[in-house]
Design a protein around this ligand. Structure first.
Ligand SMILES: [Zn+2]
Length: 350
């Protein structure tokens, strides 16, 4: 049952118990393994359930953005030639523009969860233009010296590549305030040339992803997974005032993205469960001004941050995402109320 208690409730419980001073009450036996369910993300060293499949950078088969060397060529350190980033580090330990006392505290003690909750208020959605997460990590880690907290593969597997306390390099100036995800999707285009190569059609007309031969099985954890866009036909829509075509995410990706987004809204509550809207309340399909971006907190696309980007493209169904997130948070809210009643009435863990 403990897994269903919200982080806020746990923090409250920890504060309440602070006076009791039973520091070793929850210690295990030497060598006792800690069981994980396989759906946990890490935030400031704390694990939180998402309800979706997650592979951490510390897991076998995971992608580790902390490594100085390349993932696919482990004897090479990026950037072997570029010299642009001599530390070979692809992320920042600090987030910028913090008050001096917070910077000093983070420098001495590392990030606390309350500090991170105060300064992270954006969840940025990207598509990866790589098609699968393995290739996405190759481009970020080995070729470009960049990073992102999460990758979401076609089969719905979420890869977390570093702790959310790190300033990953995925969204320019918004890196200071944000957590990011690269969604496996080949992207949006003015015409069908790339999409016709990347997608095929069954005899009965159903669309599926056809990976090029050089990508092999794409590295997906679900062997033999057939990736079908949630909507069979390409979605046509405007981004930054121009028309693009793009195939939708898979149902497995929506299911995991909904759970990941709901978890982030819960754990980092300044991330509001909403997206940028125009004057009529519809999805904004162009970049926000600096002032608008400064005012906004919540879930947004890379194209909301800069006019130079069009990801996550016109196909991402923001209302499907947000309906799911609100349903998940509502369920979570009901659980929290039950848990808090229990806490005042007796043992919260029972
Ligand atoms: Zn992007």
């Amino acid at each position: 049952m403990l897994r269903r208690i919200a982080p806020a409730a746990l923090i409250g419980a920890a504060l309440l118990l602070g006076g009791c001073q039973q520091p070793h009450a929850h210690f295990g036996e030497p060598g006792e393994p800690l069981a994980r369910a396989g759906d946990e993300i890490m935030v400031c060293g704390h694990l939180y359930h998402t309800g979706a499949p997650v592979v951490l950078w510390t897991d076998r088969g995971g992608y580790d953005a902390y490594r100085a060397h390349c993932h696919f060529k482990p004897d090479e350190v990026y950037p072997a030639k570029a010299g642009k980033n001599p530390s070979a580090q692809r992320y920042g330990t600090f987030r910028r523009h913090l008050p001096p006392e917070v910077t000093a505290d983070v420098a001495s003690n590392g990030w606390s969860l309350p500090e991170l909750q105060e300064y992270v208020d954006l969840f940025v959605l990207h598509y990866d233009v790589c098609g699968v997460s393995r290739q996405c990590f190759k481009v970020l880690q080995d070729m470009r010296g960049l990073s992102v907290h999460f990758m979401l593969d076609l089969d719905g597997t979420i890869y977390q590549t570093l702790d959310l306390k790190e300033r990953a390099w995925h969204a320019g100036s918004a890196n200071d305030r944000s957590v990011g995800v690269e969604i496996a999707n080949i992207g949006a285009y003015p015409n069908m040339n790339t999409l016709d190569k990347w997608y095929g059609h069954d005899a009965d007309g159903r669309t599926y992803v056809t990976l090029p031969r050089w990508l092999g099985d794409g590295g997906m954890r679900t062997k033999g997974f057939v990736a079908r866009p949630a909507r069979n036909a390409p979605v046509v829509g405007e981004v930054q005032g121009k028309e693009y075509r793009q195939y939708d995410l898979t149902d497995a990706q929506y299911a995991s993205l909904i759970k990941l987004t709901a978890t982030l809204c819960q754990v980092l509550p300044r991330i509001r469960a909403d997206y940028p809207r125009d004057a009529e309340g519809a999805l904004r399909t162009s970049a926000l001004s600096d002032e608008e971006l400064a005012q906004f907190s919540g879930v947004l696309g890379h194209y909301h941050i800069t006019t130079r980007k069009i990801d996550p493209g016109p196909a991402l169904d923001w209302d499907r995402l947000m309906r799911g997130v609100h349903r998940a948070l509502h369920r979570q809210g009901d659980t929290n109320r039950v848990v808090s009643r229990g806490m005042h009435g007796g043992n919260p863990e029972r």
